[in-house]
Design a protein around this ligand. Sequence first.
Ligand SMILES: NC(=O)C1=CN([C@@H]2O[C@H](COP(=O)(O)OP(=O)(O)OC[C@H]3O[C@@H](n4cnc5c(N)ncnc54)[C@H](O)[C@@H]3O)[C@@H](O)[C@H]2O)C=CC1
Ligand SMILES: CCCCCC(=O)/C=C/C=C\C/C=C\C/C=C\CCCC(=O)O
Length: 422
Amino acid sequence: MLKGKVAVVSGSAQGLGKAFTHILLENGAQVAMLDVNEEMGQELQVQLNQQYGSDRTQFYKADVSSDQQFTDVFQKILSKFGCIDIFCNNAGIADEKNWEKTVSINLSGVVRGTYLALDHMKKQNGGNGGVIINTASLAGLGPLPSAPIYTATKYGVVGFTRALSVASQALDYGVRINALCPSFVRTALIDSFKQEDKTGQFHSLFSITENMMEKFPFIEAEKVAEAFLLLVKDESVNGVALVVKNEATIIFILVLIIITVLRTRLLYRSRRAVTRTRIIIIIIIIIIIFFILTAGPGLAQDKPGTLICTRALPLGAVTGSRCVLGSARAQQQQKAAGGAAAQREHEHGVRGETHLTDILHAHTGAPGARDTDSVIQHTDGDGTGSRWPSTELEAEVTSAAPCLPNQAPPLLTPPTFTVIGQ
Ligand SMILES: NC(=O)C1=CN([C@@H]2O[C@H](COP(=O)(O)OP(=O)(O)OC[C@H]3O[C@@H](n4cnc5c(N)ncnc54)[C@H](O)[C@@H]3O)[C@@H](O)[C@H]2O)C=CC1
Ligand SMILES: CCCCCC(=O)/C=C/C=C\C/C=C\C/C=C\CCCC(=O)O
């Protein structure tokens, strides 16, 4: 629970920021909402006061691209709430035509907010520590060709978050910093990006974005909020870029093909044949849904340094997959502790907790995976020491196991949670 915690969410009048505000309130936190859109922000505050009780939220108008406005509002929030424990830099736009504005909101705004929050939270300034979450995007890990500036700002947010999280750990600030990388979510930002005054010279490339939307079907803002909550709550998670995406699965495509083929045939058959065919279709769909709902979740490798927690689908899609993380030491220990690791997986599932590092630990038996403080230390020739998170070692995943057991079972396009880095 987050009772007694104070959170600030920028860009919270609608879309993802609104979903983050809801989940924070549901979990007991107080939330200071910050947005440039005063009308929508005030309206939402009235609604939230009715739903969660007055004094749980306060709306503040501010533009994150303005140093003055952001700093003034930050001070106002501190005066009202006393301290800040959770800070989410979420405000963002997609405007390729006015690219300087996009940079100053999406990247400079995140840096501005992060430094304000860090100064207040860090132990060296008498702060209580806390967590900063920056909303990046899947476009911070791979290109969105119709939006090069948007892509650049999101790569910037991921890079800034990763570097600063290590700095914060090395300097013992007591502040965790993570990035959230969702794929497409149906919000006002997406709607506005269809217009030529936002896409500018790349308007003709919007079909590429549409193709990508087919590859990564829209995900619900509430699902992204669940991933956001993981980053808030799990005190062992620092410096990760957490991907939340839907991917069209083989099963989904198969169902579409079967339905299409059978529907075409229906046109040429008698009424009796139509009924029979419909029954067959329904049975096939029930069998497929049964398989998906009963299949256990599992792990799959994305690329070195990346671990995907996904749902194991029928057809053995992810069984026997490998993941790369942890340490060489971990690899040896994994071999020695195969049985013990399986037991931990079991216990993890029974406890029903959602600690990301626990999941890594359960699958690898790797102390490097459980303990995010674990670093490789070495002394350079000139006597200075270097510390790096341990990332280069690998461990074999031998079985499918529970991953994020609190998640509702997926339907045809299950959400995928990916931990990248550390
Ligand atoms: N919708 C999507 O598919 C995805 C969105 N994102 C990111 O999520 C974040 C939120 O976006 P959405 O909820 O989709 O958009 P949205 O348009 O629904 O909400 C964005 C909010 O930010 C506010 N805002 C814009 N400029 C501001 C400024 N200068 N100062 C303060 N507030 C400002 C807007 O008034 C709005 O309320 C953005 O950073 C976006 O890049 C990331 C991945 C996918
Ligand atoms: C600019 C339009 C609004 C876009 C909103 C948004 O941020 C949505 C992003 C969705 C998908 C990102 C697109 C491309 C990513 C490409 C490849 C991803 C590969 C990532 C990886 O795992 O390596």
